[in-house]
Write a protein that binds this ligand. Structure first.
Ligand SMILES: [Zn+2]
Length: 312
């Protein structure tokens, strides 16, 4: 049994029936190995509650010893900068439902902190409802409402939960709907602005899976004439979707050997997809693929700027 830390140095990766323990950084021989039993990107009070409820202990790990003073608990501005609209919304919701002052979402004691507490409880409720299997249109509307709470609050950083989790669920539902450009834009935001803060290790398994999902949304955009408008919009901004798709796949292929292991079925799947796409794009000519990589490198900044195409 491996002990828990909210700042772990290892992670459990499932590969079908096989469970492997993979390091997130160099670990010396006398160093203890820790994994996180829970989603360690959650704010302090929520982590504490979940560990107590499910595993019956009070976490005193390095991260928890910093309390609310970590990136997981950050706000993007002082509490009085909450938009008036969301202050009013929190007040009206709080009056009808006092249970929204859920202690596990506590962020402080003053009036605005209480409003944030209510808003955070509501945003998590939307996420929980959306994650339940069932009606896809209900899922989409719950996600949008949760998303709107975080966005409209005005001081909610992109990387504070449950904003990133809502975004990821939304991206998955957009992919299911075939709205690949919208999905890709959320993926770009995640790739550049969120994951490097939430998962500092470049090859963290979650980051690699998110990169893979992003490369798939680009690949879908290349799959049919109905996406020509999206591609020409990118083209006008100096982004060649073919080059970017190839560069992303290359990156996933490099990272997956660290995150999941060379012999994992995920690594094999990535390799197969890369071979298939590489054959299609390069037609056996390696120089063509090298040119695409060079092109992608030159366009990387414009690609990053696509994150601003989505208001949220
Ligand atoms: Zn902890």
């Amino acid at each position: 049994m491996v002990n828990h830390s909210c700042e772990p140095n290892a992670v459990v990766v499932n590969d079908g029936p096989i469970v492997t323990l993979r390091s997130l950084k160099a670990i010396s021989s006398n160093e203890e190995i820790f994994i996180s039993y829970i989603d360690n990107t959650e704010p302090y009070s929520r982590r504490q509650k979940e560990l107590k409820d499910r595993y019956f202990f009070t976490c005193t790990c390095v991260k928890c010893s910093k309390g609310h003073d970590t990136t997981s608990d950050e706000w993007a501005g002082p509490f009085d900068k909450i938009s008036q609209e969301m202050k009013d919304f929190a007040d009206s919701q709080g009056q009808t439902n006092p249970a929204l002052l859920d202690p596990s979402n506590s962020v402080g004691d003053d009036d605005d902190a209480k409003r944030l507490q209510i808003l955070q409880t509501l945003a998590y409720e939307k996420l929980d409802t959306a994650r339940k299997p069932g009606n896809p249109s209900l899922t989409a509307s719950e996600l949008e409402e949760g998303f709107k709470i975080c966005h409209d609050t005005n001081i909610w950083p992109l990387h504070r939960q449950p904003y990133p989790a809502l975004r990821h669920e939304l991206m998955v539902s957009l992919l299911e709907k075939g709205d690949y450009l919208a999905a890709a834009l959320h993926g770009i935001k995640t790739y550049f602005l969120i994951d490097p803060i939430l998962y500092r290790q470049e090859n963290h398994p979650v980051r690699i899976i998110h990169k893979w999902t992003l490369s798939m949304s680009f690949l879908f955009l290349l799959s049919g004439p109905e996406y020509e408008d999206a591609l020409s919009k990118m083209d006008k901004q100096g982004v060649n979707a073919v080059a970017i798709t190839w560069a992303l796949l290359r990156e996933v292929n490099k990272g997956v050997n660290f995150s999941h292991g060379e012999s994992s079925s995920f690594a094999k799947k990535v390799w197969e997809k890369m071979a298939e796409v590489g054959n299609g794009l390069g037609g056996g000519d390696l120089r063509q693929l090298t040119r695409l990589e060079t092109e992608a490198a030159q366009q990387w900044q414009s690609f990053k700027e696509m994150a601003s195409w989505t208001e949220f």
